[in-house]
Design a protein around this ligand. Structure first.
Ligand code: B16
Ligand code: MG
Length: 222
């Protein structure tokens, strides 16, 4: 018997690779502001909300700006980011994602999104997978950013499953911590060196399937 009743997926870095577009949009802003911003710096922005990302960037450049300017910068960056994501196509769904979700749905497991991104609806629409999910919890409905567990707790509520029966798939350290704070099992997607706190780590969803999930949960919950 399977214990897991719902799987909650982070979006950026798990289902699609929008980190590249975030980087290009932030880079355009930092170039304009004369701040030196690298791909390595971009790692620190993964899973972090838009305003928190801007704070990190201003910290890198040692800049102090007022609230109004911050809003302006964030809006500008987002308009460039939207230019990229509005051109996304279904072939940008990461390998293995669709077959795994299909398998979960056939096994009557609820499937939800738990993402910090306010652009979640547009991304899901563009890559054509909105209808695959029973619920979408995203940056538009939460107040607290990961590692606060709010987004995952909301997703669990929306599908009517207790946190203890949910599994989260996450690529960011802050996201893994959010899942643990929610009292959920967490499977990291990426490097085990970075996602140390996850219960188990796979390099991508192409290395995930229902049988593997059942054996992982058995090992962890026993
Ligand atoms: P937006 P996730 C996160 O998505 C990204 O990883 C993070 O880099 C981004 O700053 C955040 O969404 C907010 O995105 O500006 O579109 O609201 O990984 O939680 O799916
Ligand atoms: Mg992510």
């Amino acid at each position: 018997m399977m214990h897991t009743a719902a799987c909650i997926f982070d979006l950026d870095g798990v289902i699609v690779d929008t980190a590249r577009y975030h980087f290009l949009a932030w880079k355009r802003l930092t170039d304009q502001l004369g701040i030196h911003f690298t791909e390595e710096d971009n790692e620190r922005l993964k899973g972090v909300s838009r305003m928190a990302s801007l704070e990190i960037i201003l910290g890198i450049g040692n800049r102090k700006v007022n609230e109004r300017q911050k809003q302006e910068y964030a809006t500008l960056k987002n308009s460039w980011y939207i230019d990229y994501i509005s051109k996304m196509t279904p072939d940008e769904v990461l390998p293995g994602c669709l077959t795994f979700i299909e398998e979960l749905r056939n096994a009557n497991v609820r499937v939800a999104i738990g993402s910090a991104s306010k652009n979640t609806p547009m991304i899901l629409e563009r890559v054509g997978i909105r209808d695959l999910f029973d619920a979408i919890a995203d940056g538009n409905i939460v107040r607290e950013a990961k590692p606060n567990p709010e987004v995952f707790i909301k997703a669990a509520e929306m599908v009517g499953i207790k946190p203890g029966k949910c599994v989260v798939f996450e690529d960011a350290v802050a996201g893994v911590q959010a899942a643990l704070n929610a009292g959920m099992m967490c499977i990291g997607v990426g490097s085990p060196k970075i996602l140390r706190k996850a219960h188990f780590v796979v390099p991508g969803l192409n290395e995930m399937n229902l049988a593997k999930l059942i054996s992982i949960e058995k090992n962890i919950r026993e």
